[in-house]
Design a protein around this ligand. Structure first.
Ligand code: CO
Ligand code: CO
Length: 348
């Protein structure tokens, strides 16, 4: 099926001011605002806003806790159904990143009412495809009109309180595994500028619509306790936060970090998003760049939409975890190590 977009903008991404998770508010500004809020002291709140985790966790009883999250993004691709799939995979990822199982979701829709209804139908159908694949249900939602379209989900899942994966759970000695290559931010920036080759677009869409559920299962089965998904703050931003919350230093083997084919060339052609620069500034005080050049650092900080998981496992679990991830179709890699420390990020 092909649906006509009105002439005002031939392409869905023209309606977006940025690229996906690169549209996140500056993390330092957000931190300042959130600091001013009074934290809840309810004992049921197992994970709240303080640790920058992927989702909130609310204990129901000793066996069960709710995992609750919300995420929405501007158009990152021009195909409406793909955008719906990406936004849904991105939103539910925060449940997986906590070790949870998604149960149900609500659509969050900001829609430009000059755009045809059929296009919105495609977006919602894309989300439904992802829900079917992830075994959860989309049970309603909310819409507002907005010149810049946005779409995402609020998701409720469940997790066993003693099997949670958090930002604060990295242990000294853990080897770090990343489950998807980086470069989505560069490619979506190139899409917006109309310079992305079709193969790069396909690779980015495949990566962004790939669910993190199976990767989270590998993390849990490998005994991981520290896990997050790599999204708007980039690998450096998310690992930097984990390092601080876990009280460890993290060393990244730069050469081992996988990139989507074509991403480096597009970055060299200038398709680095403002989000990457912002993310580098955010971690600057804790970052030891080693010999990494400017462009490599920017790629490591590239804001991902629906990026992979990064988690820490015992040395003797690395091989089996990587084998299982590869077997299930992931392009995963061991990218570094956590050691005793105070939140430093070291590139080598
Ligand atoms: Co997340
Ligand atoms: Co999120």
């Amino acid at each position: 099926m092909s649906i006509q977009v009105p002439p005002r903008a031939e392409r869905l991404t023209h309606y977006s001011h940025g690229a996906g998770c690169a549209c996140k508010l500056d993390p330092s500004r957000l931190a300042r605002v959130v600091r001013g809020l009074i934290p809840s002291d309810r004992p049921e709140l197992l994970v709240g806003p303080q640790t920058g985790d992927d989702a909130a966790v609310w204990k129901l009883d000793d066996q069960r806790a709710l995992v609750v999250t919300a995420d929405f993004i501007t158009p990152v691709v021009d195909d409406a159904r793909d955008w719906g799939r990406v936004a849904a995979a991105n939103a539910v990822s925060d449940v997986y990143a906590m070790g949870g199982r998604p149960l149900l979701a609500l659509n969050l829709v900001c829609w430009n009412d000059e755009l045809p209804d059929e296009l919105l139908g495609e977006v919602l159908a894309g989300a439904q495809e992802i829900a079917a694949e992830g075994g959860f249900v989309v049970a309603g939602g909310h819409t507002v009109t907005d010149p810049e379209p946005k779409f995402g989900l609020a998701v409720v899942g469940e997790v066993a309180p003693d099997r949670m994966l958090t930002n604060a759970g990295l242990r000294a000695g853990d080897a770090l595994i990343l489950t998807k290559p980086l470069g989505v931010g560069v490619i979506t920036t190139a899409i917006k500028r109309g310079i992305a080759p079709p193969e790069a677009i396909d690779a980015a869409v495949r990566s962004m619509t790939w669910l993190n559920g199976p990767a989270a299962r590998v993390a849990l089965d490998s005994g991981a306790t520290g896990t997050t998904d790599v999204t708007g703050f980039g690998l450096l931003g998310h690992l930097g936060r984990m390092a601080r919350e876990s009280g460890v230093d993290v060393t990244i083997d730069v050469a081992r970090v996988p990139l989507i084919d074509g991403a480096r060339a597009l970055a060299e052609a200038g398709a680095v998003s403002g989000g990457a620069v912002r993310n580098v500034n955010w971690v600057d005080a804790q970052l030891d760049r080693g010999t990494a050049d400017e462009l490599t650092v920017a790629l490591l900080a590239d804001p991902q939409t629906s990026g992979g998981l990064v988690f820490g496992v015992d040395e003797d679990k690395v091989e089996a975890a990587l084998a299982e991830l590869t077997r299930s179709g992931h392009r995963a890699a061991r990218i570094g190590q956590a050691q005793a420390g105070s939140g430093r990020l070291v590139l080598r």
